[in-house]
Each structure stands twice: as C-alpha cells, then as structure tokens.
Design a protein around this ligand. Sequence first.
Ligand SMILES: Nc1ncnc2c1ncn2[C@@H]1O[C@H](COP(=O)(O)OP(=O)(O)OP(=O)(O)O)[C@@H](O)[C@H]1O
Length: 354
Amino acid sequence: MKILVGLSGGVDSSLTAALLKDKGYEVTGATMSIWDPSLPTPATPNNACLGPEEEDIKTASAVAKEIGIGFHVIDCREEYKKIVIENFKDEYKKGRTPNPCIWCNSFIKFGALPASAKKQGVIFDKFATGHYARIIFNEETGRYQLRKALDEAKDQTYFLYRLTQKQLSETLFPLGEYTKKQVRALAKEKNLLAAEKADSQDFYCGDYNDILQFSAQPGSIVDKEGNVLGKHDGIWNYTIGKRKGVGISGAKEPMYVIELLPKQNLVVVGTKKDLYKDVLTASEINWGSVEEPKEPVKVQAKIRQMHTPSNATLTPLPGNRAEVKFDEPQMSITAGQSVVFYQGDIVLGGGIID
Ligand SMILES: Nc1ncnc2c1ncn2[C@@H]1O[C@H](COP(=O)(O)OP(=O)(O)OP(=O)(O)O)[C@@H](O)[C@H]1O
C-alpha cells in the first residue's frame, strides 16, 4: 500500500511517517503551504499553524530525508485563502467566533492537500496524519466511525468531526492508539530530528486583526438593560466570555461579554451568571459515525476544544439542524464555534453553533 503522510516537520507527523515506513508501506511526505507572505509577520512567531513557513518546510524536508521517503510541497494558499480565511472574516464580521482549524481540516488538509498531490502525479492509496484520533469501520452499519484517541488529553476529534465518510475511508491516524508520552519516547528512540519539537499551539500567533483587516467600526458596550457602559472599535474584537479588556470601570462585579449584536453594533456585558445557558441550536450538521437520528438521542456534547463533553439531549431539526439541551447549564456557549456530539468515545457528528 502507498501512503501519503501530511508532514508538518513536528514530532507527531514525523513519527507517523516513520511508523508506517517501518511497517513496510511505501510512504511519501507532503507539506501544505498556506502562508500568505503579504500578511505581516507575527511579532513572536511560535508553532502556530498559520505563519511564515519556510523553516517548517525545511524541517519537513529534512525529516523526509532522514526517514528515507519522498517529499513534496503542495501549494494550498489559494484554497486556504478562499475557504478558511474568507470564512474566518465573514464569521467575525457577523459577531461570531469561528474555528478555522475545523474548516482547514475539512477542506484543505484532508481536501486540497491530497487532491492537489494526486493531480501532481503523486500516487497513494491512503492519506495519513499525526492527529490523535481513531477510525474504525463498523461492519454492521457499513460506516466509518471517528473515535476519540486513547490518550483523551490529546484527543483531536473535536477538530475532525466534519470529515466525510469518503475522507474517513481514505485516512489513517496511526497515533490514535498512542499517548503523547509514548510518541515522544518513540521519536527519541528513533533519533528523529523533531523528537523534542514543541507541539503546535494556536491557529495563528499574531493579532487576529492582521488577518481581518477591517476598518474600525466604533459602537457601544451596553448592559442587559441597554445602559451604555463604554465604547468599542469593532465587535470582532470581542468573544463571548471575554473579561479582560472589556474596559468597564467601577462595576460592582466582574463583567463578561455575554452577547454580540452585529446589526446594532453592540457588545453586551453581564455577570458570570449570565454566561450560563442550557440550550443551543446548531446548523450545518455533519453526521459521521451514524445516520441522522429520527428521534431525540442522549449524547455528550462538547462546545469547544477545552470543554469536557457534557450530558445533553439532542433533537434533530429540519434543514440539517439540531437542538442540544444540556442536563446542566454550560458556560460561554459561543456562536460560530462547533458543537460535537459523542456517545462514549464515538463521534456521532457535530455542527456550527447558531
Ligand atoms: N503544513 C502541514 N502540511 C501537511 N500536514 C500538516 C501540516 N500541518 C499539520 N499537518 C498534519 O496535521 C497533523 C495535526 O496537526 P496539528 O498542527 O494539529 O498537530 P501537531 O500535534 O503539532 O502535529 P505535528 O507534531 O506533526 O506538527 C500533523 O500531525 C500533520 O500530519
């Protein structure tokens, strides 16, 4: 079997390629290029996905050489700009908080990258990455199930729930059964160049305004009753739950952003208690491991990567939408973020919070 590995130059994808090569597969590495050099260079470049990439490409190429596999750089800049960056800007403009990694995985990493590699004549049967997740084919339902990684602390299924059945059928996640500790130890044992490299952190380490490039749109910061408490320069600078920089002096209790109203150009603030809600609706649901249920189902729903999936009842709604009613109120349910539905370690699907 021939396997294309998405190679970032980091420890996870390096070990992925090395493990597959050791198993006797014919492995090729490919790095996607996504950085637009016309963007300002972040002041403190770190291991973010989006940023100047020359060094990473050099490392990935050196890793491929070290392991003894072929290597390609695949130009995905156009697609990334058109899909991920456009969605990012549109959502912020609407007072929502998008998750670009989810769009990148769905359309670029598991979309444009393998598709363009194929177009360039790279031959492969499967595409592999160093994500912490598992894929299991369910003989009974005939569907590929996305499942949490065995190392729950590293599990990345939240970012992968939009992968289609076709994408899952063509993908391998060889690290899904390993802990990060084991991965580091194995990479060290194999003397891999990237063994000590830090994990990637954010999507972008600079100021998001470098990407958004919106002109200032001054408006008011108000409380729930509509009393004006302060001013803002654009609602895209705020996220639900944000406390720092809200700039309300003299408030009796700490104030948090509880709502963004794009039509009125208002940032609404309230107390911590106001951040708790027990129901959300979501759109653009992608059902993965199961078909869309006909009846309400019990799930554990996760509303951001750092949220512990919480018990909820999911009710399917017409038009590829769903309502999620949590057993207990949850803090900072944020429009534009994804909600992912789990039953134990199985990812049923997910959607974008309205
Ligand atoms: N620029 C890239 N080109 C190709 N594949 C990539 C690129 N960036 C990430 N990937 C793939 O996506 C996987 C997950 O990336 P992510 O940035 O979430 O994680 P990471 O844990 O830092 O991975 P790594 O240690 O391999 O850099 C990587 O293991 C790799 O297979």
